[in-house]
Design a protein around this ligand. Sequence first.
Ligand code: CU
Length: 307
Amino acid sequence: MRSESISISLANDHLKQVLVVLWLTALLGCSQKNESQEDENAPGYPLVGVILSVDEETKTLEVAHEDIPDFMPAMTMRFEVDPGDFKNARAGQKIRARLLRTEEGGFRLARIWPLDEEAAKDLAKFNEQLQEQTEALSMGYYYGEGDDAPDFALLDQFGETVTSERLKGKPFYLNFIFTRCTDAHMCPLSTSKMATLQTMVADAGLDVSFVSITMDPEFDTPGVLRQFAEAYGIDGENFHLVTGPKSAVRNLIKSYGVTAIENVDSVMHSLATVLIAEDGSIVKRSEKSAWSPDEFFEALKTVKSGE
Ligand SMILES: [Cu+2]
């Protein structure tokens, strides 16, 4: 494990301040129980409903929604949605979303999440482990080369559950991104390099997976990630762009020693790109935004490639 070089001044008063901050952080951490991913500050009204039909012609969804307090009684309506959400939608699926008015006076759904109790239980079980593993990390430590990668369970761009357990047995590349990132040298560049790496690996006939974890899980729903992946020509067969409960994402960010400070509509952040071997151990790690697909492709030759 690696230690971040945190320089704490040992002047007594300063140390006390640091301890108070840590104590407050712990308190805030405790108050985040029953976290539902719901972003109360997101625009629109919270909606829970069931997709009744998916209309290919108008690219709209017919949804029977529950009562929306102070806005609208339970009823069946037709909604416009973004292309990624439309592709993920299927009749019979329960969802939660934000209801918005369109400029033309119609209705639109954004921030769509599948509501599946069984899947939610699976996520919770895995992420409890992740929480314990993260808490067990000493202050300022994170996982580096030679360590076992932390376990996780999140949802990919198709709304399917992806677990680290399921990924084991072949190597996978993992990095952190978010779709609203506007710094061309950070997430957009990292994503196009991961797409290049995916092509290199496919051309070499190697069986490897890819995982990009969002640092902005409230905005980056499965549908948003699907649209993003398609814009980069990513093949969804072995490339999972994952999102899910904020606590799980925060624990992964911390475990991998990534800095991610959430602002309105953006995240100030560092990067981490890693290669994880088929036994789940981290074999290569880079913090640089200038990592190259070549060096990570070369690193694959040092691990069993699952050919
Ligand atoms: Cu970024």
